[in-house]
Design a protein around this ligand. Sequence first.
Ligand code: HAM
Length: 419
Amino acid sequence: MSFQAPKGTFDWLPPRSERILAVREALAAPLRGAGYGYIETPVFEDTQLFARGVGESTDIVSKEMYTFPDKAGRSLTLRPEGTASVVRAVLQHNLHAGQLPVKMWYSGSQFRYERAQKGRYRHFWQVGAEALGSEDPALDAELILLGARGFASLGLENVTLLLNSLGDKACRPAYRAALQEFLRGLDLDADTRARVEINPLRVLDDKRPEVQAQLTGAPLVVDHLCAACEAYHEEVRSLLAASGVAFDDDPRLVRGLDYYTRTTFEFVHGGLGSQSAVGGGGRYDGLSEMLDGPPLPGVGWALGVDRTFLAMEAEGLLDDHARSRVQVYGVPLGEEARRRMFLIVNELRAAGVSADMAFGGKGLKGAMKGADRSGAGFALILGERDLAAEAVQVKNLTDAEQTEVPLAKVVDVLKGKVQ
Ligand code: HAM
């Protein structure tokens, strides 16, 4: 059997692949306009970076990492997310010694060994943003706004913003203890009971109906916020409201990564079934210290590009029209014509006109089929008689009208026609 892409991965092929590039661009554009600089970090990092940063008790670290030893015996891991890497890079290059906040955005592959299904892949793409060094509710609100603007710019209308606060190191411990006490009284299986002791907040996120049914009445973090966290959260909410961003308070929203403090949020789409989160993020004021850095508060998000594409599909925003690959298509008939056409096509490209031609010595019929499929507006037909006359037939593929143009003028004529 021939090779297949590994389970949980897939290929992006034309013409859809062009659309996914446009989606990445659209999600990143608002960040560029808000002073975020582009950062690229390695696709693999020291395993400990994620173990400590994302948290040993998370599903990501305990079950989903692609970890391997390199030839010198170092343990490396394909990045399952981007935040830990960005914080690592900021600390390594001392970027926090300059102006704060350090604002960065990134776009790239992430890897998680998850149960593959529609919208949940083992290799997926995120566009992300992080702002480090300021504890300011306006920064949380700015990021949320920029994410919402990215989705809106793609025409998406069915995206909802869920908002919560997870408290900080002053109030979270007391909440955690109260939650644990409540959860210990429930009828749970051994695995879940173990989770109550390690990561009780995650139990709130358990989707099984028999667990959910027991969770009504569970203590909520919003009722346990300290005064500082409450004031901070109110300010984020009021800035969002003032900017006209709709959000739903979701006191049960917990995230799958351990580094969050205070503001947490998720963008969910109504047309995606169970894998509904098209993006998520929040504040992570302790992460730098977990990575042996100085106190360096941070906030950020990552948007799932693959899921955003599925959301667009669900809203009917992806038209099926194969977009035209080129503006002009060359149809050479015979050896000498092929040589001349090769040069004309290169001249057209140099003049800013996108062009392709028939390869492989196709006859008129096959070559014209190629012209149609390319979506070009014009075909250049060059036969022996044309060569002798130093001319070429320019066929308008929309109305089938054909004119003869001197070879010496064809680039200029086409430049005029396609503009
Ligand atoms: P996350 O919620 O794990 O957060 O991922 C963000 C988004 O990536 C999700 O909302 C989803 O759209 C997409 N995503 C996650 N896993 C998959 C998957 N298996 N297949 C397809 N798409 C997926 C983070 O990664 C944090 N680093 C976000 C952040 C940045 N927080 C602060 N700064």
